[in-house]
Design a protein around this ligand. Structure first.
Ligand SMILES: Nc1ncnc2c1ncn2[C@@H]1O[C@H](COP(=O)(O)OP(=O)(O)OP(=O)(O)O)[C@@H](O)[C@H]1O
Ligand SMILES: [Mg+2]
Length: 446
């Protein structure tokens, strides 16, 4: 980074002393002609006036001392003002600091040498505790950001660069480097007194854009595979296997399976987009979750007996009221119990329980419903990604179970709409527990 190429100084009282002309001898030398005229005058008066030469000598010494030690007022005032102006160009004033401190984004005020003169709260922690007086270039490695700072320091206009911060996770920022001219108009020639560096967090938007692109790619891929298989079999039936009855029967069976898979996928996608559209609309009915759980257990009992898994549910006679949409909550519990049956079938048991808790994050009462299986469990690295669309721990086993990988994404969206939460706990080999939290509703809530 190009730091100040001009001569430094004028910031301290020592600088002021230096500029005021150094020591008393220097000042005597500057006043030599005045002093010479004065001495000649005094000598002449002394000779004229009764030989009182000692009095003239005393006056001359007094004048000499005054010249050497009395401050020269006009110059002092002028220089003090200069020092103050220079100081102001290095240290941002209170209003500038207050304004910067009020901004939510990480923000820095740098002087014309690229040294941090102020960092707001978000800013001081972002590069690992930046202090006033530190050159920012020590913390920034990205060449285009350094180049932008350089250009603006050299009098260039405002610059915007993309900045990626790699700490434990990657964060993306839009960095705005703005010159601040206090005493002049920015015309491209004057270097600014200060630079405002503002980092605008773009991580969420980037992730959303990436997810959208991934979603379209995944959805088309998921549809293309069964579609290609159906087309392939139709062509075979029209051609080589035209008159082969056994082959036709077998191929039609596979085509039906693939067509059903596409149909499931399309209905899951529709359900997801429907829920997303209503994400901000709170449910306006109250439902008893006990009833919903009884219904889900009944409807999944054929699958449970097929897979030889027992569903053990806690006594569900108590009424558990929440503000919710019945069909959507059925979908939530159906997904979770079905997953527990399908992926945890080795454990031969699925346990459903509930309790009332106070959530520590918002101190509100919630019903916590646990769906626990005793299967192979899920390893830690997969847990945060389970609710992503099309994310599957084991794609082959999910497909085998007719899964689309959208179930938990739907669950998460429904719970968000219900102001609820989904928590997953699992250790490989010890099964998995999916906990649904829904705010307790009292009759006056709706
Ligand atoms: N109880 C569980 N035990 C082990 N793995 C699980 C469990 N529940 C979910 N998973 C894993 O999480 C993945 C995502 O589950 P999700 O319900 O979103 O999709 P799916 O079951 O594959 O498809 P869908 O629910 O749309 O039919 C599953 O593919 C599976 O790998
Ligand atoms: Mg599922």
């Amino acid at each position: 980074m190009a730091f100040d190429k001009r001569k430094p100084g004028l910031g301290t009282t020592a600088d002021l002393d230096r500029i005021l002309g150094g020591g008393p001898l220097n000042r005597l030398y500057s006043a030599r002609w005045t002093l010479l005229v004065l001495s000649v005058g005094l000598l002449w008066i002394a000779i004229q006036g009764d030989g009182e030469i000692w009095r003239a000598g005393a006056i001359l010494v007094a004048v000499l001392l005054a010249t050497m030690f009395l401050p020269r007022r006009r110059k002092v005032t002028r220089l003090k003002a200069k020092v103050e102006a220079r100081r102001r160009a290095i240290v941002p004033d209170v209003s500038m600091r207050k304004l910067t401190a009020a901004l939510p984004d990480p923000c820095f005020i740098l002087d014309r040498r690229g040294i941090v003169r102020f960092a707001n709260k978000a800013g001081s922690s972002i590069f690992g505790n930046v202090k006033e007086g530190d050159p920012l270039s020590f913390r920034i490695r990205q060449p285009d950001m350094l180049a932008a700072l350089d250009n603006v320091l050299d009098g260039g206009p405002i610059e915007k660069v993309e900045y990626t911060l790699r700490s434990h996770s990657e964060r993306f920022y839009e960095a705005w480097v703005t010159p601040i001219h206090l005493n002049s108009e920015p015309d491209g020639s004057e270097r600014p007194e200060f630079i405002l560096l503002l980092l605008h967090d773009q991580t969420e938007q980037k992730n959303m854009a990436r997810m959208r692109a991934d979603f379209v790619a995944n959805a088309s891929h998921e549809l293309r595979t069964p579609l290609a298989s159906v087309i392939g079999f139709i062509e075979t039936l029209q051609g080589p296997a035209k008159d082969d009855d056994t082959a036709r029967e077998r191929f039609l069976g596979i085509m039906l399976y693939q067509a059903e898979r596409m149909s499931r996928l399309v209905s899951d996608l529709l359900s997801l987009s429907r829920i997303e559209m209503r994400a901000h609309v709170l449910p306006d009915t109250r439902v008893d979750v006990s009833k919903i759980l009884r219904h889900v257990i009944d409807s999944l009992s054929p699958l449970a007996s097929d897979l030889e898994v027992a569903i053990e549910a806690e006594d569900l006679n108590e009424e558990l009221w929440v503000a919710g949409d019945r069909d959507e909550l059925v979908q939530v519990f159906e997904n979770l119990v079905e997953n527990a049956l399908k992926y945890g079938k080795d454990g031969e048991k699925v346990a459903i329980s509930y309790s009332q808790i106070v959530d520590p994050t918002d101190s509100k009462p919630y019903y916590a419903f646990n769906v626990k299986d005793y299967g192979p469990g899920i390893s830690q690295e997969h847990l945060p990604r389970l609710t992503e669309r099309f994310y599957r721990v084991d794609v082959a086993s999910s497909r085998e179970q007719k899964g689309t990988g959208l179930g938990l994404a739907i669950v998460k969206h429904i719970l968000t709409r219900h102001r609820g939460k989904l928590l997953v706990e699992s250790k490989p080999g010890e099964g998995a527990t999916f906990q649904v939290r829904l705010p307790v509703s009292i009759s006056s809530d709706l």
